[in-house]
Design a protein around this ligand. Structure first.
Ligand code: FAD
Length: 479
């Protein structure tokens, strides 16, 4: 991996979704050249799918943290804005850089732009080296015996684990460099405009999080110290704030790598298989995205193309605002808005509700999550929405329709989650907390709830909606 130093011309490290110093192969390879470093982040203005508002807020804070860590090692983070290729060209022109290093990305637009940039740089004799900095295996690497990629998770993960285990033993995660030699000349910088203009939403959301490499490491360590022991059961209880790791926004920004997580979890004394298999779902989502570049736009299973979705702006808006009249669904949607994150169990229920109870296209839900999730991820978001819709690879079958109050009764038995995010229902007894429309009038009155005024009536009746969804599905298949 060590480069031969040919001159004192600098090397550029182009940070993208790898906002960390430790286990960053592109950064380490650049350090090993012993050239002075231009450490660059570009807010790319020509992305086919620009980042959503929530993710930009996270990036703002994550970049501040990265900048500080780089500064502590003697370097400097250069922030620029514009189309990636033009910015890189300009930085190369100003600095005289002779080498560029980056960690790969896997969505079609990213692959295409990176390949074009690489070809154009190499044409000009600028050295380019790219690395895998965000996955345990490359998405094309683990193949079935017949050749081709796995379309079912369990055999995929079994095969992938056999590759990952020995590889991790031979190539453990890289340490952060001790020192970063900065390029001395001043280069043009931009002020990035990542925070929302009018809302104070970002301040409230960020109170729960600590973006950056240190925040990611602290979260992993505290999860591995205790909560991982209970993970298998606790991961389904949305009111349990330590039931899952909440590492997703850190992983999405690349403040921690899956290799670091794998190693730390395996080094612990507890059984980490279930937790690591969730990291496996992240890997599998990237396999699906890599082989199906339009995963966020096109049904993976083409027989869903005939499905007739409803256009219903009012219901969609009620869903986004957590005003569907189903407390468990509403709590989830409000958790998303208030914190930029939602518990996985509830994500499945809210997504199923939108797709099956309201018959609204999964792509509309995917886009809402893309805008509001701090961790919106091109692979995990589209693969998961298609999984719930039934149109994806290894998906839940369409006829698996989550019961929006039954799920609450099972996984939020005491209503703690609903009470936290739907406080207008807080005085409703447990028996009716998931089904306020079933509560006798005097109970509602005592709890200060007037359905249709202080809290909505259900947007659709469950049994009717379920049957409507099933018959729409049959129609789409010509049955
Ligand atoms: P943990 O349970 O602690 O899991 C550890 C890590 O494993 C996560 O941080 C995540 O990186 C990965 N992971 C866990 N579950 C999944 C999964 N089902 N698919 C892929 N990776 C997984 N995850 C995202 O990272 N970004 C998204 O944009 C996203 N959108 C989703 C949309 C829907 C409709 C659904 C049902 C799920 C979505 N997920 C997404 C997957 C999952 O809900 C989150 O990764 C998880 O809730 C994050 O919380 P955690 O870090 O506490 O997870």
């Amino acid at each position: 991996m060590t480069q031969e130093k040919t001159s004192d011309a600098p090397a550029i490290v182009w940070f993208r979704r790898d906002l960390r110093l430790a286990d960053n192969p592109a950064l380490m390879a650049a350090v090993e050249t012993e050239r002075p470093l231009v450490l660059l982040y570009i807010d790319e203005t020509d992305l086919e799918r620009p980042y959503g508002a929530a993710k930009k807020v996270w990036l703002h804070h994550s970049l501040n943290s990265l900048s500080k860590s780089i500064h502590d090692k003697g370097g400097k983070l250069l922030l620029r804005e514009g189309p990636a290729e033009a910015v890189l060209d300009d930085v190369i022109k100003q600095s005289g850089a002779e080498a560029v290093f980056w960690n790969r990305r896997y969505e079609a637009d990213g692959i295409e732009r990176d390949s074009n940039i690489k070809a154009s740089l190499q044409d000009r004799d600028i050295e380019v080296e790219t690395f895998n900095g965000s996955l345990l295996t490359e998405p094309w690497e683990v193949e079935t015996q017949a050749g081709g990629y796995y379309k079912v998770f369990t055999p995929y993960w079994r095969a992938a684990s056999q590759v990952i285990g020995p590889r991790m033993a031979a190539n453990p995660p890289l340490k952060a460099p001790n020192e970063l030699i900065p390029f001395q000349k001043n280069l043009k910088e931009d002020e990035l405009d990542l925070l929302p203009k009018s809302l104070d939403w970002d301040e409230k959301v960020m109170t729960d999080w600590s973006p950056g490499e240190n925040g990611a490491r602290d979260r992993l360590n505290s999860f591995l110290k205790g909560p991982i022991k209970e993970y298998t059961d606790a991961r389904n209880i949305p009111s349990n704030e330590t039931g899952t790791s909440r590492l997703s926004p850190h992983l999405a920004a690349g403040e921690i790598s899956p290799k670091q997580i794998w190693q730390a979890a395996r080094d612990g004394k507890h059984d980490a298989d279930k937790f690591l298999s969730e990291i496996g779902w992240r890997e599998f989502s990237y396999v699906l995205l890599y082989h199906n570049p339009k995963l966020a736009e096109k049904n993976y299973k083409a027989d869903f193309d005939n499905f007739e979705w409803r256009t219903d702006k009012k219901s969609f808006e009620a869903w986004t605002k957590g005003q569907t009249g189903y407390p468990f669904v509403d709590a989830g949607m409000r958790e998303l808005w208030q914190t930029g994150w939602m518990h996985n169990r509830v994500r499945m229920v809210v997504a199923s509700f939108l797709i099956k109870h309201l018959l609204i296209d999964w792509r509309d839900g995917e886009a809402w999550f893309w805008d509001t999730l701090l961790e919106a991820d091109p692979a995990a978001n589209s693969a998961s929405w298609q999984w719930v819709a039934g149109s994806g690879a290894d998906a839940a079958p369409y006829f698996r329709i989550f019961n929006p109050f039954g799920q609450g009764e099972k996984f939020d038995e005491d209503g703690d989650y609903v009470r936290k995010f739907v406080p207008e229902l807080k005085d409703i007894p447990n028996k009716y907390i998931q089904t306020p429309w079933k509560a006798p009038k005097e109970i509602l009155k005592k709890a200060g709830v007037t359905l249709g005024e202080t809290y909505p009536e259900p947007l659709v009746e469950h049994t009717h909606a379920r049957e409507r969804a099933l018959s729409r599905y049959k129609e789409s298949r010509g049955e």
